[in-house]
Design a protein around this ligand. Sequence first.
Ligand code: CP
Length: 307
Amino acid sequence: MLEGKDILNTAQFSLQELDLIINTAATFEKQVKDGAIIRNMKGQVIALLFFEPSTRTCLSFEAAANRLGARVITVVNPDSSSMAKGESLADTIRTIDGYADVIVMRHPMKGAAQIAADNAKYPFINAGDGTGQHPTQALLDLYTIRKEKGVLGGHTVTFVGDLKNGRTVHSLGYLMALYGNKMIFVSPKDLRMPEEITADLRSRGAEIEETDDLKKALSVSDIIYVTRIQKERFENPVEYEKLKGLYIINRALIDQAKKGITILHPLPRVDEISTDVDDYEGAAYFRQAHNGLYVRMALLALVTGRV
Ligand code: CP
């Protein structure tokens, strides 16, 4: 179903494909936890191109490749590739396509993933393109929601933080809509979810509320998805300083939230979740980061037909 396909954004997925990804990830999770030697991708080479900083995405893809028995080639510093000499993204991808069976790329420019996919013969995976999308993050968010809540639909999900620049919320919004969840968007006025995304989600039947009242949103939410204010996307540092710290999730706030609320965050966090929340049982953000390994194993195996 996904063999030979690119992973570019979350609007591309059917419910059947999402089921397949989640079930494949669950199988790999069990195998890894059982200590199985997995060699589905033995003999394959995966190119990891990270032209923006990353801890979780880069290392979990590398770990996933290692767990599957594949080998990895990397560019993690754009200055060390020939793009520093002026080579275009298209030419870079055309070249690397001859060295690897899958290309995984993070790039600071929205739309870079599509350019790369258009120039790659082999499957291409978007690991985050500027303020565009971060589909593999949303897939691991989905996997985490199933593990934490048991079901994927019927929840009220509050997204809080930098909804304008945060690519993870752009991606997860489409998946939450597909499963019939209600979404509440909480952000500073200048960092609201882009209108084209809310309009598109509503046209797909999503129920969306926009507010600046975090406390009220938390009182009715089953899940809160917290995001960092994306400092690197601000042209004016004064604007960033004005907006950071506007919404901080601390233990006192969570104690007044709907009972059993699950707290997700794609990480890294700066100060938007206080560390006094970390020992709350519904604080799932580090479990969420760990789930990335199994979901990325599933994606690599599925797009190469090595399941
Ligand atoms: N969530 C996420 O994309 O983290 P990294 O930037 O560390 O990859």
